[in-house]
Design a protein around this ligand. Structure first.
Ligand code: PLP
Length: 302
């Protein structure tokens, strides 16, 4: 953990056997370079990742994140043993503990875990877990984001027709996701909701879409080539038991978003961010429900 004159951060490097099996982790110095310039993470974006919220020292939705890492690794044909959950879980817990032990850690942090195909030609994966404090997202959670709808350029059934496009895997190749944010900024907005080329709402570049309509929550189904959101899953379970708001996966279109009583982009770290405008048209925010969602998400103990 480094904290004296820089950010509070911690790093663990995963250890792999030559055949790709992940076997453990060791602490490492986050302030010095650790990655080869030949690593396929850097040169091709050829790998997968997860970002896990830490709330008061506890990694949240950890099991769902580990399962999704394994799924993403399988979609990319990474060695399945490289994503074995035990060593990754241990690395995340060690990094979270190291952060918690550092003085001055704010209540919220995150750990990002990365698994790449490794150094080109070496056939051994690379993996690490890096943790630090989260930015203060309280204003975003209260005031929300202005979104634009952007064409993703794929049909809703891309995961079935073209599995080599890796839709639904959380890959390191996020240049397009970043580019979408710049397009949103050019249009005077803060965030994006992707739409399939045949007109279905998908997800944000770093979040899942949830809408409230008629006392029920809806999110696009995961067979649309989008990520299965861990935050969305926890939120639906909470809303059903604590608020009587039942959740469903449904095909949704832009008119469903326009007609929604409220809508959110939800994700680890940022949690539930209300949508305050869509393509320049103001959208109602449910401040009370948003606050309750974020209190629940922030205080999760697993
Ligand atoms: N969809 C995409 C494309 C994402 O990148 C993310 C998270 O970063 C999500 C959805 C939300 O997933 P989670 O709630 O598990 O963080």
């Amino acid at each position: 953990v480094s904290s004296a004159d820089g950010p509070i951060e911690a790093l663990a490097l995963l250890r792999f056997r030559p055949d790709g099996l992940v076997i453990g982790h060791e602490p490492a110095d986050p302030r010095v370079p650790q990655l080869s310039v030949l690593d396929l993470a850097a040169t091709r974006g050829d790998g997968v990742f997860e970002t896990i919220s830490i709330g008061r020292g506890v990694p949240q939705a950890l099991e769902a994140h580990l399962a999704r890492l394994a799924h993403s690794a399988a979609v990319l044909d990474l060695p399945s043993a490289a994503a074995a959950e035990g060593p990754w879980r241990a690395a995340v817990l060690a990094v979270a503990e190291a952060l918690g032990a550092a003085a001055g850690l704010p209540e919220e942090g995150f750990v990002k875990i990365v698994l790449s195909r490794g150094v080109e030609g070496a056939d051994t994966p690379t993996g690490w877990a890096y943790g630090t404090a989260s930015p203060d997202h309280s204003a975003l959670r209260r005031d929300g984001v202005r979104v634009v709808l952007l064409d993703r350029g794929y049909r809703h059934d891309v995961a079935h027709t073209s599995p080599w496009l890796l839709a639904g895997a959380k890959t390191l190749s996020y240049a397009i996701n970043r580019s979408a944010f710049r397009e949103a900024a050019r249009r005077g907005a803060d965030d994006v909701v992707w739409v399939s080329s045949d007109g279905y709402l998908l997800e944000g570049p770093v979040s899942s879409l949830v809408i409230l309509r008629g006392g029920r929550l809806f999110t696009p189904s995961t067979d649309l080539g989008i990520l299965a959101g861990t935050t969305q899953a926890d939120l639906f379970a909470w809303a059903a038991t604590e608020r009587g708001l039942h959740g469903a996966f449904e095909p949704l279109t832009p008119s469903d978003l326009a007609a929604a009583d409220a809508a959110w982009l939800v994700s680890s770290v940022r949690h539930a961010v209300p949508i305050r405008a869509v393509d320049g048209r103001e959208h109602a925010i449910d401040a009370e429900l948003t606050g309750a969602m974020n209190a629940f998400l922030r205080d999760r103990t697993r």
